[in-house]
Design a protein around this ligand. Sequence first.
Ligand code: PMV
Length: 345
Amino acid sequence: MANSIETELYTAKASAPSNIAIVKYWGKKGIQEPVNPSVSFSLSKALSHTSITYTRGLDGLTIDFLFEGKTKASFLPKLNTFTDRIADYLPFLKTGHLKIESSNTFPHSSGIASSASSMAALAKALIEIQMQLRPGEPNLNKEQLISNLARLGSGSACRSVYSGWALWGTNDNYKESSNNHAISINKQVHANFMNLQDSILVIRKGAKAVSSTVGHQLMDNHPYREGRIKQANKNTNDLLKALNEGDFDAFASICEEEALSLHGLMMSSSPAYTLLAPESLRAIKRIKKFRDHHHIPMTFTIDAGPNIHIIYPATHKKVIVPFINEHLVPLCENGEVIFDQIMTE
Ligand code: PMV
């Protein structure tokens, strides 16, 4: 006896890493297209795991969302917008019921972008369902399609589809680059940059005072908008060159300029706001002093929050980890530091 359409169940599981941007995406146009290119690497320990169960149905789409085992209705508006946006690519999302269960391997509100890893994992799982429903459909570039869908959930998520280094946004030197999806640039990256460490100083836990959605919007009429677009394009070119040549000093100077420019843009938005804490500035001073004194490759970046990501090659772990433990842990909330590194496979 044939099953009724409502009892047809499809399941899929997927995981994706978070990523840290060196050239920052800040400001959008159209539907989740960036105003400037960005470059990031994926993190090996900061993962989202997502399982979905899709039940076929006839009218509209309903969604249940569970985060770490508990229903989280506050996430539903974001998921509804996301599924509406991608229903033209994945028509099964127009009807039926979707149960999404997600969990992270990293602490909440720790300065690691959970929207990037969770949206990338969800996009991967949804594509798996689509492939079960339409197995014969040609899928020439599955990763780019997943990246495109992930972007429509959260911009930076499109870079989390790849391990290692990713570029999102058009760049003349990379023909495949696009505003619609990220591409992997690992083949053009020197081995020196394939073992980077990212030690995250959790200066403050807790939700951000201003969301990145609002931050992006404030770039629309920002007095430095054109200057920022020019700067980010130049920094992208210079960073791609530094990554290719294995030049850590050039890398460090772009990394810090980008981090501080991002916060400079926030401080000069209307309304203006500050996300750095006094301890963030103290940490930056201590990092620079230690680096200059010992002549070691070590730099930092900062996302839209107060937490500091210290970036350095694995070869210098022995000198840098004790420095972090002694001089930077006291600046962190509850002494929390997350020792992560680039994901390479
Ligand atoms: O992807 P969103 O909308 O959360 O924006 C991320 C913005 C930054 O993290 C500050 C920079 C970036 O490129 O990841």
